[in-house]
Design a protein around this ligand. Structure first.
Ligand SMILES: Cc1ncc(COP(=O)(O)O)c(C=O)c1O
Length: 369
């Protein structure tokens, strides 16, 4: 079986973990947490970093830090992971969805503009799979309408938009360090901002809103979303060679591009757009609906050949868990197409060139028959 993802640990991970054990610093008070926060913020060219226990927690805290009220609206893509909408719904904020475009699978900027109302307070954008969102028009819309921008960069470690790092655009940005990400800490996440007030607020929310005056007195309900020193040790080690990781991911992506036969049965995203290179966080395949099979049928055929795959996201507007919170009558055609016909193939850092070739061969056999 070639798994859809195998992580790789190629730097100081073991050395730093042993340091944690030897010094006894394993909790979130340990020194690697601050080092990782500072180094990651520097890498993305931001002032503050707040490490948390996963990418979902990072979004929860980022949303809560903006102090929005029930009835306020946040616009976000429907084609994303449920993590993006959880705290929005829990806080009584109204999620307003926008469709994706099929050129880069990110949100449709024109539709975003049309969805703004007097209640809109923030835009939550998600850089999805390969390319960043087109940030210039998004930032312009946000500025014109005085909206916060939350930038979910979970999948874009090391990616640039017009030469500037993803995660440096939002008022507040979030990352995940789950094992299929370019940096993994097993589970983990990070919030970045240049805004001191947001930084202070996120730090407090992450740590149960402990009060400086009297310990164990809490004036607000926070979260325990702290990252441990053990996780931060691994994250810091991985950050030290992130640029090499990005290079390897692009090498894997380009191997697939050169090995796959072109066919009307499916499409893949290009190697570059005018504003960014493909980072190949995952190598996504979008089937042409006219070829008669959906993603699950092809994924089953690949599984029989020992190739692991994952389906694309399931759109938020169709999520059963959200049915009582959203307008379910709306349809979003491109998000539904992506969800029904999209899947991705093995491309984790632990994959060998031979495994890429084997996968590409099976894809060619199955997709072009
Ligand atoms: C775009 C995006 N946002 C948020 C998350 C959530 O991150 P985590 O799994 O660390 O909670 C993910 C996870 O894959 C993601 O892809």
């Amino acid at each position: 079986m070639i798994p859809v993802n195998t992580p790789a640990f190629k730097g100081n991970e073991k050395k730093y973990l042993i340091e944690c054990i030897d010094t006894g610093w394993v909790s979130s008070d340990g020194p690697f947490v601050k080092k990782f926060e500072g180094s990651f913020a520097d890498y993305v060219d931001r002032t503050f970093g707040v490490a948390v226990c996963n990418g979902t927690a990072a979004i929860d805290v980022a949303v809560r830090s903006l102090n929005l009220k029930p009835g306020d609206e946040i616009i976000l893509p429907t084609f994303t992971i449920i993590s993006c909408v959880l705290e929005i719904v829990r806080s009584g904020i109204k999620p307003v969805f926008v469709d994706s475009n099929l050129e880069n699978w990110n949100l449709d900027v024109n539709e975003l503009r049309q969805k703004i109302t007097s209640k809109t307070k923030a835009i939550l954008i998600v850089h999805t799979y390969s390319f960043p969102c087109d940030m210039d028009p998004i930032l312009e819309i946000a500025k014109e309408n005085k909206l916060w921008v939350i930038e979910d960069s979970a999948e874009m470690h090391g990616q640039d938009y017009k030469g500037k790092k993803c995660g440096s655009f939002g008022d507040i940005s979030t990352f995940s360090f789950y094992p299929h990400k370019h940096i993994t800490t097993g589970e983990g996440g990070m919030i970045l901002t240049n805004n001191e007030e947001l930084n202070d607020r996120c730090r407090s929310l992450r740590n149960l809103c402990f009060n400086n005056k009297r310990r164990f007195v809490h004036e607000e309900l926070g979260f325990n979303y702290r990252m441990s020193n053990l996780q931060a040790a691994v994250g810091l080690a991985q950050l030290e060679y992130l640029d090499k990781t990005v290079e390897r991911k692009r090498e894997i992506g380009n191997m697939y591009r050169s090995l796959l036969k072109t066919s009307d049965n499916y499409s893949i995203l290009p190697d570059k757009l005018n504003y960014a290179m493909n980072i190949y966080w995952v190598f996504g395949i979008l089937l042409n609906s006219k070829q008669g099979k959906d993603a699950y049928m092809i994924m089953e055929e690949l599984a029989k050949e020992g190739i692991g795959t994952r389906p694309f996201f399931y759109p938020l507007h169709k999520q059963p868990a959200l049915a009582s919170h959203i307008d379910v009558s709306q349809t979003y055609d491109n998000a539904e197409t992506l969800s029904k016909y999209g899947f991705y193939v093995p491309s984790g850092l632990g994959i060998s060139n031979e495994e890429v070739k084997i996968t590409a061969n099976h894809l060619n056999n199955i997709l072009t028959k």
